[in-house]
Design a protein around this ligand. Structure first.
Ligand code: SF4
Length: 169
């Protein structure tokens, strides 16, 4: 898996102060995508163990002030990103079980829950921003997403209650 960047002390992508990892690879090709360079899974640099350690060390250093980890892209649920992210999240949770994890996917919740591979990654996270970006529904006032079709979903509650529970409207 490659990644295009890491934002330490990110206050835009999710609630609170976060560390955001932008991975490469996306198969959705949304019209007017804000980040089309990252469609290519080879864009950026390899996500190595050293980079994982760098993120974990940052959390150790600023444990009290960082609320959680955000995974964006590209698309973290791009096929070849799933296994490396599952492995990294498991490692992350061992050290920081109380930090929340937000993830963005071009797939909708309904598609994800029917696909065991996608679900293996999503079920490790707390909040999902789902669906492709639709330029026709673009709305700059929305929090954490670009278009009205996208939803901010509470993953744990949605799985528990077997219905789509939004984190915010
Ligand atoms: S899912 Fe996201 S990264 Fe992929 S094409 Fe759509 S807006 Fe761009």
């Amino acid at each position: 898996m490659n990644y295009s960047g890491i934002k330490y002390t990110d206050m835009i992508n999710g609630e609170g102060i976060r560390v955001s990892l932008f991975v490469s690879g996306c198969s959705h090709y949304c019209k007017d995508c804000f980040n089309s360079d990252t469609w290519d899974p080879n864009y950026g640099s390899p996500f190595t163990e050293d980079i994982e350690n760098e993120i974990l060390n940052y959390f150790k250093k600023y444990d009290k002030s960082i609320k959680g980890l955000s995974l964006l892209g590209g698309d973290p649920t791009y096929l070849t990103n799933i296994d490396p992210l599952v492995a990294f999240i498991k490692r992350f949770k061992e050290s920081f079980p109380k930090k929340d994890i937000w993830i963005w996917s071009g797939f909708t919740w309904e598609v994800i829950i029917k696909n065991p591979k996608l679900l293996s990654l999503i079920e490790l996270c707390d909040v999902l921003v789902d669906g492709q970006f639709h330029i026709e529904e673009k709305d700059l006032n929305l929090k954490w997403r670009g278009s009205k079709n996208q939803r901010v979903i509470n993953i744990k509650k949605s799985l528990e209650l077997k219905e789509t529970i939004k984190y915010i409207d």
